[in-house]
Every structure is written in structure tokens, then in C-alpha cells.
Design a protein around this ligand. Structure first.
Ligand SMILES: Cc1cc2nc3c(=O)[nH]c(=O)nc-3n(C[C@H](O)[C@H](O)[C@H](O)COP(=O)(O)O)c2cc1C
Length: 183
């Protein structure tokens, strides 16, 4: 059984990312019915991580351990990420900096969203993923608050994103399966 984590990277109060991550999880399950794969949504908000390098309290130390173990438990990932100032949010980058062996030789795909989409955020994450020895899929899903949200807040994704997500899932499952053999 292949295990894929769908990681919601925004912790912002009122975040649009929650609806996007829920859509991704529901559609991923629907589109892969009958396949030997399971999906779990992981919300970064459930992990109260400190800034990397600062002295962690006992509670934060536990959060770091829980984050590490949860991320290590997957064979592949979908990062659900917004665009903040043409890049990835500081909170999500900080969370990724705690990881290394947990994600090494694993596959990664992106579902991005932002005011005008998340192309730059996704591309900057590909560089970070490269350094973490993660293999990023060619296809991503990229959504805009202008066209995939009503009043920039109510998530109503265009139907063509279903096709993109199906392609993304095919690539992610193939590479997650292949990379499992070398770990
Ligand atoms: C600090 C900040 C910077 C942003 N920068 C960009 C940007 O560079 N490009 C863009 O398309 N949207 C940008 N946005 C819009 C966000 O992508 C959008 O608000 C998105 O919903 C944020 O994700 P969240 O609601 O899940 O936190 C920015 C928003 C914030 C708060």
C-alpha cells in the first residue's frame, strides 16, 4: 500500500488553503479508487513548530518529533501551497527545514493557489525539493483566487483542474512506487 500525504502548508487564520486541501484529498481518493494507495491530509496548523534554531520548549520538541514522524510515514506527497511575495510562505519553508531523511528519495507534487496562482511559489519549492532529494512531478495544479474562488474566498475550482489532478496523481503514484524500491 502506497501512502501519500497531502500537506496543507498555510497556517493563516481564514486561510483559503483548507478548502483546496480538502478538495485535493477528496478528489485524490475518488480518482484512485481500486488502486493500492491511500491519502492522508496533514495540517501544518496541528504542529506548533518553533523557528528552526531557536530553543524549543518541551511542547515544541514534541511537535518537532510528531512532524518528523508524520512526514517520514509517507511514500510521496502533495504540497498544497499558496504564493506569498512570489515564493513559499515563511512558515512552510521553516517546517520543511526541519526535514531531511524523512523525505529523501520520495516523490512530490504540487497543488498551488494564490491571487494570480502559485507558479513562482511552486517553482521555488522545486529547488528546495531538489536539495531535499525529492523528485517533483512535471504536472501541477495551479489555481487563482480570480478564477477558482468566488469573491476571492469561496472555493469554486474550474472543472479542468480535475483532469490536471488526475495526470498529477498518475505521475506521483508511478514515481512513489518506483522510488520505494531504492529506499
Ligand atoms: C503576505 C502575502 C503575500 C502575498 N503575495 C502574493 C503573491 O506574490 N502572488 C499572488 O498571486 N498572491 C499573493 N498573495 C495572495 C495569497 O496567495 C492568497 O491570499 C492565498 O489565499 C494565501 O493562502 P492562504 O489563504 O491559504 O493563507 C499574498 C498574500 C499574502 C498574505
Amino acid at each position: 500500500m502506497l501512502k501519500i500525504g497531502i500537506i496543507l502548508g498555510s497556517v493563516r487564520e481564514g486561510r483559503n488553503g483548507l478548502a483546496v486541501a480538502q478538495w485535493t484529498t477528496q478528489k485524490a481518493k475518488e480518482f484512485t479508487q481500486g488502486q493500492d494507495v491511500e491519502f492522508e491530509m496533514v495540517d501544518l496548523l496541528d504542529y506548533h513548530l518553533p523557528f528552526l534554531g531557536t530553543k524549543a520548549t518541551a511542547e515544541q520538541g514534541e511537535a518537532i518529533k510528531n512532524w518528523s514522524e508524520k512526514m517520514a510515514s509517507f511514500d510521496g506527497y502533495i504540497f498544497v501551497v499558496a504564493e506569498y511575495n512570489h515564493g513559499v510562505s515563511g512558515t512552510f519553508k521553516n517546517a520543511l527545514d526541519f526535514l531531511n531523511p524523512e523525505v529523501k528519495d520520495k516523490a512530490l507534487a504540487f497543488v498551488g493557489y494564490g491571487g494570480l496562482g502559485a507558479a513562482r511559489s511552486i517553482e521555488s519549492l522545486r529547488m528546495i525539493a531538489g536539495q531535499l532529494a525529492m523528485a517533483t512531478t512535471q504536472t501541477n495544479v495551479n489555481m487563482s483566487l480570480m478564477t477558482d474562488f468566488e469573491n476571492m474566498s469561496i472555493f469554486k475550482p474550474a472543472s479542468y483542474h480535475d483532469g490536471e489532478l488526475k495526470t498529477l496523481l498518475g505521475q506521483l503514484i508511478n514515481w512513489s512506487t518506483a522510488l520505494k524500491t531504492i529506499r
